[in-house]
Design a protein around this ligand. Structure first.
Ligand code: HEC
Length: 183
């Protein structure tokens, strides 16, 4: 009974959408087929286009150093990842030993992914809130803490893709074409 009522509500909602769509013709080209919505503006697409590739494609202008990142880390990250990146309570970020915990220093194959991930997902409660300089600084700080770059290194769109990660060779490219799932 309750399910039938829910379906009724859904149908009514769809009918309302359809009726309102019929009133106005679509404003621009696509998606005319449904009589709904409008084409996304270039600025809107740009705001979503934040991915950074392993080779550094997509990295924005800006830069940062471990010292600058240390201050931001203490304020915005330490509560969840620990004062030195090893204590938690959430994911451990620092460490070169292979087992048992995965860290940036023992598991991440590309340094550029750090930029992508921190920018898109951290801090947990305010993803996307960090400026490019802040993200570069945090990346520099975490790479330094993992003993991958020196304390005075400057991290930017040119230097970050050149950082060789310790875990880089622990991954193999899956170049199979068909065949068994496990080799
Ligand atoms: C409120 C808690 C919280 C705060 C604050 C926070 N993080 Fe996180 N962080 C998490 C959690 C939880 C995860 C695991 C997310 C998942 O697995 O989906 C995570 C994952 C990560 C990872 C990936 C770890 C891995 O190896 O998979 C990185 C890198 C990271 N955080 C960096 C940061 C940085 C830099 C900041 C500060 C700007 C920050 N975090 C602030 C909770 C937090």
């Amino acid at each position: 009974m309750r399910r039938a009522a829910a379906i009724g509500v859904a149908v009514a909602a769809l009918a309302a959408v359809y009726a309102s769509a019929k009133q106005g013709a679509p404003r621009s080209g696509l998606p005319a087929r449904f009589g709904l919505g409008r084409a996304a503006a270039a600025a809107e697409i740009k705001a979503w286009d934040i991915d950074v590739m392993p080779d550094g494609d997509g990295l924005p202008p800006g830069s940062g150093t471990p010292a600058g990142g240390a201050k931001i880390y203490a304020r915005k990250c330490a509560a969840c990842h620990g004062p030195s990146g090893t204590e938690g309570p959430f994911d451990r970020l620092v460490g070169r030993d292979r087992a048992p915990v995965r860290t940036i220093g023992n598991y991440w194959p590309y340094a550029t992914t750090l930029y992508d991930y921190i920018h898109r997902a951290m801090p947990l409660a305010a993803p996307g809130s960090l400026t490019p300089d802040e993200v570069y600084s945090l990346v520099a700080y975490l790479l330094w803490r993992n003993e991958i770059i020196g304390e005075t290194a400057v991290i930017d769109a040119r230097t970050l893709p050149r950082v060789a990660m310790p875990a880089r060779d622990r991954f193999v490219v899956d170049d199979r074409r068909g065949g068994p799932e496990i080799r």
